[in-house]
Design a protein around this ligand. Structure first.
Ligand SMILES: [Zn+2]
Length: 304
């Protein structure tokens, strides 16, 4: 990945997570919650690291379809964990799906309906290692679902920034994508991952109208959180994360990160407003994981 959290900031966050962990009695306050992780590509060289991560939490992994039930059920112990993968890179077939089946850890893959079996047609960050890696095709997705350990969700038709779409395009990206995947794979699709994590009220209304029950963002927070109805926050994760970051993330110890990001966004907005016109930078979106180069678990900016 091209954009890493600067090491000093990463260490500060790790220190805050540790403080949270001890300050809340080893994370007891995070109980009855769910941590949803968001991965992207997993390469052959990352496979063993990924396997180690999943093996360490396998007993707590639940499918995304059971998030609400897990919250209602409550109970004692560390948070449940969901494993999600955006874009659906072909490497998942060798490096993720066998691990999911071996360890009994269900995963959800969010796919781009008009981009199956081809490299991403949307711009990736400069130097992204997955650039050029094709996405899974319909046959491969059907085969993966046949194992019983892989669910498929929608990641729109073409991976645009949804708040920038006009109404007709928004409908195609959401309802059109859902209909296309359902007809290709023969399953009901009711989970959506927002490209770049971006949304606004109009986007969410269109997503609900299109029939999505769960709408996954990149808001780094536990579920349930104070997010709009149906929105599930996720933590970006990488197989290369430090083990301590991975375990603290899965324990809910980065629960404060969403609030910190919101604060940084507000400060950045205020500074932009105060800056002379010539210095203003464009591109800020209503709610974007890209706005702050901050992330948990040794993971990276949420720009994909
Ligand atoms: Zn994506």
């Amino acid at each position: 990945m091209s954009t890493h959290t600067p090491l000093p900031l990463r260490l500060v966050y790790l220190a805050l997570a540790l403080a949270w962990w001890f300050g809340t009695g080893l994370g007891r306050l995070a109980r009855r919650r769910v941590v949803v992780l968001c991965y992207h590509a997993v390469s052959a060289t990352q496979r063993e690291g990924f396997r180690r991560q999943v093996a360490s939490i396998a007993s707590r992994v639940i499918p995304t379809s059971e998030i609400d039930a897990a919250v209602l059920r409550g109970g004692r112990g560390l948070p449940a964990v969901c494993l999600t993968f955006d874009d659906g890179y072909v490497g998942l077939r060798e490096n993720v799906f066998p691990v999911a089946a071996e360890l009994g850890a269900p995963v959800t893959v969010f796919v781009v309906s008009e981009n199956l079996a081809r490299p991403p047609a949307w711009p990736l960050p400069p130097g992204a290692p997955e650039a050029g890696e094709p996405l899974l095709g319909a046959d491969e997705l059907r085969e993966a679902m046949g194992t019983g350990w892989v669910r498929v969700g929608a990641h729109t038709a073409t991976h645009p920034r949804l708040p920038d779409c006009a109404d007709a395009a928004l409908h195609d990206e959401l309802a059109g994508c859902r209909a296309r995947i359902e007809s290709q794979l023969g399953v009901t699709i009711d989970e959506l991952a927002l490209p770049h994590g971006e949304y606004d009220e109009r986007t969410l209304a269109a997503a609900r109208q299109a029939g999505y029950r769960a709408i996954c963002s990149l808001d780094a927070c536990l579920h349930p959180a104070r997010l709009p109805a149906g929105v599930i926050g996720r933590y970006l994760m990488s197989p290369d994360a430090w083990p301590i970051e991975f375990h603290l993330t899965c324990a809910g110890a980065y629960a404060w990160l969403h609030a910190v990001r919101g604060l940084l966004r507000r400060v950045a907005r205020r500074r932009r407003r105060a800056a002379p016109v010539g210095e203003l930078r464009h591109g800020a979106s209503p709610r974007a994981g890209t706005e702050a180069a901050v992330c948990a678990g040794g993971v990276h900016e949420g720009s994909r």
